[in-house]
Every structure is written in C-alpha cells, then in structure tokens.
Design a protein around this ligand. Sequence first.
Ligand SMILES: [Zn+2]
Length: 299
Amino acid sequence: MKVRCPYCGAEYDAPEGLQYSVCPYCGTVLKQGQTYEKVYMFKPSLDKTAAFRRALSLRPWASPSDLDSSASLTSAELHYIPLYLYYVYFEPLKELATYATAPAMEKPPFYIPKDYRFPARWRTPFKPGLERTAVFHGPQLDPEAAWAAVSGRYEREARNYAAVFKKPISDMSSFEGLVYYPFWRLRYAYGGREYEAVVDAAEGDVTYMEYPVSRAGRRISAAAAASIVLGAAFLGLIGAAFSPAASAGIHGNPRLLDLAAAAGVAGGGVAGLVGAARLLAFAVERKAIYRADRDVELV
Ligand SMILES: [Zn+2]
C-alpha cells in the first residue's frame, strides 16, 4: 500500500493491515491515514564519536590492547526503535502508578537484549523532520500483545503489595502512545577487517560488539585450555584414588583401583574438555561477539 507522508511529502510502501505506518524519511506516524499525535522520542545523548569511544572502552575479553588507538570508525547510523508507552495503574494502588515501555518490534534490526530495560522518563514529544538523518523503524506488534508480554512483572508487584491490605486490584493500565528510542549502529575497521557495534544512544550502554581476538588472547587461551585439561585429569585421578571404590580396591581386588582411577581420569578430562573447548576456540578464532546479556561468542 502506497502512503504519502503529510509532513514531508515522501511516498513510501506501508505493509497492508498494520494499524500504524511510519514515514521512513521523517518518522511521522499515521494511524489509519490520520497523523498520529501521541508520539514521543528519546533524544540521543551521545554523538557517533562518543558512542564509538564507549564501545572501545568496553575492552571485552581477549580484545587487543591497542584496539582503542588503532580502530577507526568507518560508518555510523542512528536508528530509532519503536517502543510502546503505557501508564501502569492497578486500581486502587495510586502510589504504585508508573510509566513503562515495551518493544513494539518483533525483530529489531540489530541485537538488543531480550529484557532490555528501556527508560520511560525523560521522553520528549516527537517533532517530525528533526531527525532526517536517522533510520526510523515502524511498529510490528499490536499494543495489547506487547503489553501482555511485559505486564506480568508489574502485576506481580502490585499483587504482593495489595496482599498486605487484602484488597482486590484491577489492571487499569492504558496505552499511551509510541516512543522512538535511539541506537547507534557503528562499523569500525581494525587490522584491515570490519566489525560492528551497537550502542544505546540515550544511555550510552554497549549492547552488541564484534571485535578481533588478539594474538595474545589466542596464545593465553591455548595455554589455559591445555592446563585445564591436564588439571582436570589430575584431579580426576586423585578423586578416584580416594573414592570408596579405590579403598575397596586396596583391600580387595587391585584391578578395581585401576578401573576407578581410569574412570576418574576420563570423568575429569571430559569435564575439563567442556570448560576448555571455549578457550581452545578462542585460540583459533580471530573474531568474537560481545552481547550485553550473554557470554562472549565466537564467529
Ligand atoms: Zn515524512
């Protein structure tokens, strides 16, 4: 469905059947053809240079020590992710009333932690055209469905609170509108290769960062992996020697001791291998991914 933006005049394709359409050039929201008024935004507090510095100062595990001095920013895009804003109110608990946001996209264009805590305060009314240089993303989810996904947390809090007074509560929360939330998508070069990083442009948190694994990091990983395997096998051997089976072996069949020791070595070695597998991978790979809510991963 072709839509003409009433604000900037641009024509764009809007998916059929969606309640809202968003102008990709100026961010103006239309609701069933009418300009939608309840739109807010968070202003970026970091420019692309400050965002890049944030990413470099993160220093994820096994990143090269000269990353901050040798990496150079090659591109930076400001993206606005749509969130729904709700006024959270469980009657009659006025003192607990608050604002909350929930992601309005099912699949954001880059990695954002699943339970990322977006702030709801300090939003300002959205003025179209102010952010022509940014990429706006339209909402994909229904406001009711997005609220259902996050409301449980607030409802539990309200129920616990209300239990003291033994009063029934009812969810009177209401949908308040759309909020655009800014992220920097950065690309940077290091040693002739390119990497990506995503930085919350309002709060400054790094949510995603690809980075090179340093030569030193690879060397240390290999050594650590080897010592874990050997150490685990050694502990397994000691464990087996002091196990009841081993004691029985001392007084009875000596072959039992050998079997118990062998089992201990194998068990310890396997446990060690699991722990060492990641380190060994680090020793080989040259690129790793940091995610704010997960372990570092290799690609
Ligand atoms: Zn427009």
